[in-house]
Design a protein around this ligand. Structure first.
Ligand SMILES: C[S@@+](CC[C@H](N)C(=O)[O-])C[C@H]1O[C@@H](n2cnc3c(N)ncnc32)[C@H](O)[C@@H]1O
Length: 206
């Protein structure tokens, strides 16, 4: 299957942002990320990457927890919203910066932590192998990729968001990463309850 071009993909997301069709935006950081940050002292510290950051609630939660965060989104409106929220939360650009950039072309790693939530499920399925390769390129050897796998549902062709499963993500990542932990999260946004699994992945070359 041929992937849509970057111009087509940008136009798709630009349209969603400019018409306010941002139904994915939960208006707060993912409860599973908040819990992870408050309970997992063993998470690698340092630089964090959030691809497809949207408004940036998760990226800003990472900055609040002490990470130096790089957040990427294809759409300028997302980046403007991110900066507005950052200011509201009393955070600064040296703590979290968003860039209008394509994750697949980004090469300013390495990162100690990469957080994927509602990004893998948003990209065309034909780009999933490239997603895994790019994660492997950007992670530090002692870093961790953390994926909040959502929406868990039986496979179909509908999306975005496209159906996800822990097995699918493991299949994509297994050439480059080994799972460290993987569990259904106890807390989610109310409408997403029971459809999220958190997985932490260590690079194989670490
Ligand atoms: C479903 S939204 C999720 C946003 C955010 N993670 C959240 O949970 O609110 C997906 C976001 O990814 C962005 N996006 C899609 N493809 C991208 C790419 N190749 N590089 C960077 N951002 C991308 C879109 O513009 C959109 O804002």
């Amino acid at each position: 299957m041929t992937a849509p071009s970057i111009t087509e993909r940008t136009a798709y997301w630009q349209e969603a942002w400019s018409t306010g069709d941002t139904r994915w935006d939960a208006g707060e950081a993912a409860p599973a990320l908040v819990d992870l940050l408050s309970t997992s002292a063993d998470l690698p510290k340092g630089r964090a990457l959030v691809p497809g950051c949207g408004s940036g609630y998760d990226a800003l939660a990472l900055a609040h927890a002490g990470y130096t965060v790089t957040a990427l989104d294809l759409v300028d409106l997302a980046v403007f919203r991110f900066r507005e929220l950052r200011q509201n939360k009393g955070l600064f650009s040296h703590q979290a910066e968003a860039h209008i950039a394509d994750f697949f072309a980004y090469n300013e790693g390495p990162f100690s932590l990469i957080w994927d939530y509602t990004f893998l499920c948003a990209i065309p399925p034909s780009l999933r192998t490239a997603w895994a390769e790019q994660m492997a390129r950007l992670i530090a050897p002692t870093g961790e990729l953390v994926t909040l796998i959502f929406p868990i549902r039986p496979e179909d062709d509908a999306g975005p968001p496209f159906a996800m499963s822990p097995e699918l993500v493991e299949r994509l990542l297994s050439p480059y990463f080994t799972p460290k932990t993987m569990f259904p999260v106890p807390r989610s946004h109310p409408a997403r309850q029971g459809r999220e699994v958190l997985a932490r992945w260590m690079p194989r070359n670490g």
